[in-house]
Design a protein around this ligand. Structure first.
Ligand code: HEM
Length: 378
């Protein structure tokens, strides 16, 4: 692991003094080759198609309470495939070209990766990093996928529009979308849907997490009519994770994805819940699993929604949906496995997060798969 990466993961934490002492040191992650055309997953063919027209401006987002109201559906089946022909190359330099001859170079995605990495650190934000909220944005854009109807998912970036921007589960994500707008302005060729999914990858990698394979080619929807209905993201107040396997993820994948709660925190003005899951909320570790198993979790005594706090310090939290992972032995066995084997967790998380971001994205199977270098490793 490069020292620069280490610095990026930790420098922001200077603001979160009380979390520094107990922070888990990130372990080195083996980076895979820069690009590969290998497909890691066998996924059903999916088709959510959108125009590549310029996207309308973002809609205002209302702050609303708690996560989605209905128990729900998580991820869908698999993924993959790509569509290469999103860009056209013209043979002349004329400024008067028809849409089909517009020369548009493939964006330099490593450059965009680096630009996103450069805006992660923000002293006035939570624990000093936008990383966790970028991960949540990428997850909420993708987690709307519905296997039965093959709708939703990251393709379209429909969270730009009301009513999806106003869904209770998405409260607070306007900040992440607005921050990424500066990157979009610098790189008009990248779609919002690619940008948000890429931001999730950048955040995880720069917070010392694993290398996550990523494929461009998502298209932006140009109308709110493409919005996913409310209620597709899991309800945090319910032990709803047990339903997630119905959406195409295995127990191991569901548990691995939940390990992202090593990052970030809950906010009373967004979800209604309060507090971080670990003492190192801007470093990707298997700490979520170790805390879940190691700590004694008791009901938080407050007027807010039911949640758990660790008996010892009262500073860490678990949602009812988190506790479901140690109440069902099919999940618990993976919680135990990942708590003991961080390398396996990193490997399984990278595959599951990639799969999540591919849900509903039409692919041919011939797309270039990017494995980005972390900043400092370029
Ligand atoms: C049953 C599934 C899940 C439930 C019920 C759930 C629920 C929640 C809730 C209530 C919050 C707090 C939001 C806030 O108040 O700011 C949160 C935050 C977060 N979630 Fe999840 N989540 C789930 C799955 C996931 C997955 C699959 C990922 C990523 C792979 C993820 C990543 C995050 C991150 C990084 C944060 C912190 C955001 C921040 O600090 O601003 N979650 N989640």
């Amino acid at each position: 692991m490069s020292s620069i990466r280490f610095v990026r993961a930790f420098s922001s934490r200077a603001n979160a003094v009380k979390f520094v002492a107990n922070a888990t040191r990130p372990k080195a992650v083996k980076a895979v080759s820069n690009t590969t055309s290998l497909r890691t997953f066998a996924i059903p063919s999916l088709n959510r198609h959108y125009n590549t027209q310029k996207s309308p401006p973002q809609q205002p987002e209302q702050k609303s309470k708690s996560g989605s109201r209905r128990a729900l559906i998580f991820l869908g089946a698999g993924l993959i495939g790509v569509g290469t022909g999103y860009y056209f190359y013209s043979t002349d330099n004329s400024s008067e070209v028809s849409p089909t001859t517009i020369a548009q170079e493939t964006p330099d995605y490593q450059k965009i990766y680096n630009q996103i990495a450069d805006i992660l650190e923000e002293n006035d934000w939570d624990d000093g990093s936008l990383g966790p909220i970028f991960v949540r944005l990428a997850w909420h854009a993708s987690g709307t996928y519905d296997k039965e109807t093959n709708t939703g998912g990251s393709n379209g970036a429909t969270m730009r529009f009301a009513p999806e921007s106003d869904h209770g589960a998405n409260a607070g994500l306007k900040h992440a979308r607005d921050k990424l707008e500066s990157i979009k302005q610098k790189n008009p060729a990248i779609t919002y849907s690619d940008l948000w999914s890429l931001a999730g990858v950048v955040a995880i990698q720069e917070m010392a997490g694993p290398i996550i394979p990523w494929i461009p080619g998502r298209k932006d929807a140009d109308a709110a009519t493409a919005c996913s209905p409310d209620g597709r993201l899991p309800d945090a107040s319910k032990a709803s994770k047990s339903k997630l396997d119905l959406q195409g993820f295995k127990y191991s994948e569901i548990v691995a994805l939940a390990g992202a709660h090593a990052l970030g925190r809950c906010h009373p003005d967004r979800s209604g819940f309060q507090g971080p899951w670990t003492f190192s909320p801007i470093t990707f570790t298997n700490g979520y699993f170790t805390e879940l198993l190691k700590k004694k979790w008791v009901d938080k005594k407050w007027k807010g929604p039911k949640q758990f706090v660790d008996k010892e310090t009262g500073e860490l939290m678990m949602l009812p949906a988190d506790m479901a992972l140690i109440q069902d032995k099919n999940f618990k066995t993976w919680v135990e496995t990942y708590s003991k084997d961080e390398a396996l967790f990193f490997k399984d998380f990278a595959a599951a997060f990639h799969k999540l971001e591919e849900l509903g994205v039409p692919r041919t199977g011939n797309e270039k798969v990017y494995n980005f270098k972390r900043t400092g490793e370029n």
